[in-house]
Write a protein that binds this ligand. Structure first.
Ligand SMILES: CC(C)(COP(=O)(O)OP(=O)(O)OC[C@H]1O[C@@H](n2cnc3c(N)ncnc32)[C@H](O)[C@@H]1OP(=O)(O)O)[C@@H](O)C(=O)NCCC(=O)NCCS
Length: 156
């Protein structure tokens, strides 16, 4: 993997237009600019961006937490910026932040056909814990539920 020195930071209001653009590029049911905007104002959500040195956003992610559990809602990297470590840097930051918040586990749903994302999550210690049948639309597809404990000591 060729890694770039992406800067990871909390998303700012000015980043929302680009995040919505990434949603449209990466997902068949994208979050709109309005829903990103309202989630960014909700204290249960945390958004991070991965930026090149010149400020261009290569990718973004969002995480929601309730009680002692975090959910990764989305992680999206622009096609031309993939396989350079942006998602890894974003995921590391989410895991670190969830640990700092004292959360016990982190989970997500992923399309069963999404080999790239499944490989990414496995690399970061997530394991499959269940299946939600017909969870996704466009196209209709099952979701794998993947989970990672935050109580284990290993470095990421
Ligand atoms: C999945 C996604 C976020 C990965 O982003 P990325 O920045 O390219 O990922 P990284 O460069 O950090 O890759 C880390 C690891 O993930 C795995 N991986 C990433 N892309 C992969 C691919 N196309 N095929 C197989 N494994 C892949 C590899 O294990 C990789 O490590 P390696 O390069 O050392 O082999 C990106 O492909 C994407 O945005 N896809 C569309 C949106 C999406 O599906 N999001 C997930 C929703 S659950």
């Amino acid at each position: 993997m060729r890694t770039e020195p992406f800067g990871i930071s909390a998303a700012a209001p000015d980043d929302i237009v680009r995040m919505a653009e990434l949603e449209k590029i990466c997902f068949s049911e994208p979050w709109s600019e309005q829903s990103l905007c309202s989630c960014c104002q909700n204290p249960e959500y945390i958004f991070f961006t991965a930026k090149y040195g010149d400020g261009r956003i290569a990718g973004y992610c969002s995480m929601r937490y309730v009680l002692d559990e975090a959910e990764i809602c989305n992680i999206a990297v622009a096609p031309e910026s993939r396989r350079k470590g942006a998602a890894s840097a974003l995921l590391s930051e989410m895991i670190k932040t969830a640990r700092e918040l004292g959360l016990k586990s982190i989970f997500l749903e992923v399309r069963t056909s999404n080999e790239a994302a499944i490989a990414l999550y496995k690399k970061f210690g997530f394991t499959v814990s269940g299946l939600r049948r017909g969870f996704y639309e466009k196209p209709r597809e099952d979701a794998l539920i993947m989970i990672r404990s935050l109580e284990i000591e290993e470095e990421i």
